[in-house]
Design a protein around this ligand. Structure first.
Ligand code: ADP
Length: 488
């Protein structure tokens, strides 16, 4: 039943009830008021009233059902994705409310669609940025110099393992941490780290004035104070906005050391060359000026010139040999070498100078049948250096013993040269193999350049993968030697 029909039914029922009630009241007005007539009258009126009540209840229910249906239609229309025509367009009460609601829903749906697209774009950009970041990190890891990249708040954006290791921070946990916290000074190592952090911050604040700066910082790393050359660069993005500061740290300690070593080497070489040259020049001048009046003096001067020229030549040979070995340019001809024969030859060559000082040469070169894989000339040179040193630094009447032994355990042949010489003070021991080093206390015993032991070590350790042996006691004597792997 529709609402309009229900309304008509109610009106009719009410009218019938009124008519019946009124007719009955008129008819009953002249009747005697007996209990029967009263009861009949009440029944008729009651029945009519019940009909009206039932009608009203039915109407009420119908109205509620109708509203519910209308609201459901309104809900479906408002929430329908495409909208379409209003199914309640004829409903003059609801339509003024529904139409703006539907428009609002359309607007919000359009907005949500736009936001969804924007969200997708952002997700793609985020993934892209993430991939780029990972790629940058991989590239940064490959750079041997330390790199730090900070943002507009002086917080770390990116760094590489070299930087983490220098400043001692955990790379994984360092992102977004303030650079001043990450670059903390180590106790007793100066203020290099905190100065660098302050300069990064200063660079960010003054990026408009300068966008590149280079400075040097002393930082403690790997157990020593090192010099880092640091380039700070401001990064400006494509909208001309400040994006960050890149700090690139280059450890130049080794370069500085090499440069100093080169300078020292040149000054040492010049000094060492000057001594025999001055001698040669002086004696040559004496001869030219006729200062040597007799044959004996002249012969003495010739011998001095010859000895100094030999010394000069040995010095130049040593320098060239060391430099060839260090630069890897030396030609090595390795083949099995029997050390017995080689040492006998060395002893023979050294004998005249030993005899001059009444030094007893003890030959303890046992007949060893093993040989070493070696460049004969080089090993000869190394052994001769040790034997000549033993004679040079042993006072007259001393003893020099040369030993050769095979060690089955280490699979090595060991050559030892033991003397009863002046010995070496403990503090000089660690410098023995440095170029141009000479023990101050022993300088007056013999002439020398301080290159012999360095060359010997280069020959034994760098070329033949052997090892040097040194023992010494001041006043008692020294043992210098080397061990080489037995040839297979
Ligand atoms: P040099 O040409 O001065 O002998 P070396 O490099 O051969 O140069 O030796 C370096 C220094 O080591 C020498 O100046 C000397 O002071 C010390 N030295 C080397 N061998 C001995 C030794 N057997 N006894 C004492 N001192 C030695």
């Amino acid at each position: 039943m529709r609402v309009a029909e229900a309304r008509i039914t109610i009106v009719l029922l009410t009218a019938i009830t009124v008519v019946v009630g009124a007719t009955y009241w008129l008819a009953a007005r002249n009747e005697a008021h007996t209990p029967l007539t009263i009861a009949r009258g009440a029944g008729v009126v009651g029945g009519a009233a019940a009909c009206v009540a039932l009608g009203i209840a039915a109407l009420h229910q119908e109205v509620r059902r109708h509203r519910r249906r209308a609201l459901e239609l309104a809900r479906q229309w408002i929430l329908a994705p495409g909208g379409g025509s209003n199914p309640l367009a004829k409903d003059k009460e609801l339509t003024p409310f529904l139409t703006p609601l539907r428009q609002r829903v359309d607007e919000l749906t359009a907005k949500a669609d736009t936001l969804q697209v924007q969200k997708k774009n952002l997700e793609i950009q985020l993934r892209l940025a993430d991939a780029q970041r990972r790629q940058s990190q991989i590239m940064l890891q490959g750079i041997s110099d330390a790199v730090l990249i900070t943002d507009g708040f002086d917080e770390l954006l990116l760094a590489n393992p070299a930087a983490a290791s220098i400043f001692g921070f955990d790379l994984a946990a360092a992102t977004k941490k303030p650079i001043s916290v990450l670059l903390a000074d180590k106790p007793g190592s100066g203020d290099g780290a905190s100065r660098l952090a302050a300069d990064i911050s200063d660079m960010r604040q003054n990026h408009a004035r300068t966008n590149r700066r280079t400075a040097e910082y002393q930082l403690e790393y790997d157990g020593k104070l090192r010099t880092f050359s640091v380039t700070l660069t401001c990064v400006i993005d494509n909208t001309d906005q400040f994006a960050g500061v890149v700090a690139m740290l280059h450890d130049r300690t080794r370069e500085d050391e090499i440069s100093k070593m080169k300078t020292d080497f040149v000054s040492h070489v010049s000094h060492e060359l000057r001594t025999p040259l001055s001698s040669i020049k002086a004696y040559a001048e004496l001869l030219v000026d006729g200062e040597a009046t007799d044959d004996k003096t002249r012969s003495e001067f010739y011998h001095i010139i010859q000895a100094e020229a030999d010394r000069l030549s040995r010095l130049i040979d040593n320098i060239l040999n060391i430099s060839r070995i260090e630069s890897g340019m030396t030609r090595v001809h390795k083949k099995p070498v029997a050390l017995n024969g080689l040492l006998k030859q060395v002893l023979e060559v050294a004998m005249p100078s030993a005899r001059d000082k009444q030094i007893t040469m003890v030959d303890q070169v046992s007949p060893v049948f093993f040989s070493v894989d070696a460049d004969r000339d080089m090993i000869y040179q190394a052994a001769l250096n040790l034997v000549s040193n033993a004679i040079k630094y042993t006072p007259t009447g001393g003893t020099v013993r040369v030993t050769l032994a095979a060690d089955d355990v280490t699979n090595e042949l060991t050559v030892l040269v033991t003397d009863t010489g002046v010995g070496i003070p403990p503090d000089a021991m660690k410098h023995l193999f440095e170029k141009f080093f000479r023990v101050e206390q022993n300088k007056n015993m013999a002439k020398g350049s301080g290159l012999g032991l360095n060359l010997t070590r280069q020959i034994i350790e760098a070329i033949h993968k052997g090892r040097m042996i040194v023992q010494s006691e001041v006043g008692k004597g020294s043992t210098f030697g080397f061990a080489l792997p037995i040839a297979a």
